[in-house]
Design a protein around this ligand. Structure first.
Ligand code: PRP
Ligand code: MN
Ligand code: MG
Length: 180
């Protein structure tokens, strides 16, 4: 897999350091609460696993599966709900965790879906934020690890056609891999 990567953007060590920073920030935010952490499948799995270990609070964990990329390099524009939450969000402090906010369509979809379910609060934590991919008045994540350049990234949850999610770092894919 390493052979398919042109350049490593965020090393394993750098990512772990960032999880630690976000984890202590979120520990302060949710200190007297019991947040419902919602991992957005599948890309957010590695980040969620590392982040929650750095949050020193009582919390619940649930999963929602939505998909907008359908395996390619560009957002399809339509977000599909593949698996809903098992937990009721009424009265809960919900924290969405995702690997990347790109066009923001996934985030808009999730906020819309949960809007009428009576959550006490809704926040978003993303490892990566690509603000260039959406208008300046678009959606914003509340807690961000890295602001990333407008390039197609893989690793640490981010996939290309389902591959590379298990890389321990984030990198830029060699163009010949997806231009083949
Ligand atoms: C990717 C990524 C984010 C979303 C961001 O998920 O993991 O969830 O796209 O893009 P957006 O801001 O343009 O909506 P994807 O739809 O590829 O599903 P996956 O996590 O299962 O790979
Ligand atoms: Mn995703
Ligand atoms: Mg994907």
């Amino acid at each position: 897999m390493d052979n398919d990567i042109q350049r490593v953007l965020y090393s394993e060590a750098k990512i772990q350091e960032t999880c630690k920073r976000l984890g202590s920030q979120l520990t302060n935010v949710y200190r007297s609460k019991r947040p419902l952490v919602v991992c957005v499948l599948k890309g957010a799995v590695p980040f969620t696993a590392d982040l929650i270990k750095r949050m020193d609070v009582y919390m619940d964990l649930d999963f929602i599966d939505v998909s907008s990329y359908h395996g390619g390099t560009k957002s399809s524009g339509t977000v599909k709900l593949l698996k809903d939450l098992d937990t009721s969000v009424a009265g809960r402090d919900v924290l969405f965790v995702d690997d990347i906010v790109d066009t923001g369509k996934t985030l808009v979809y999730l906020q819309r879906l949960l809007r009428n379910r009576g959550a006490a609060s809704m926040k978003v934590c993303t490892l990566m934020d690509k603000p260039e991919a959406r208008p300046s008045d678009g959606v914003k994540a509340d807690y961000v690890g890295f602001q990333v350049p407008n390039e197609f990234l893989v690793g640490y949850g981010l996939d290309y056609q389902g591959k590379y999610r298990n890389l321990p770092y984030v990198g830029i894919l060699k163009p010949d891999i997806y231009q083949a």
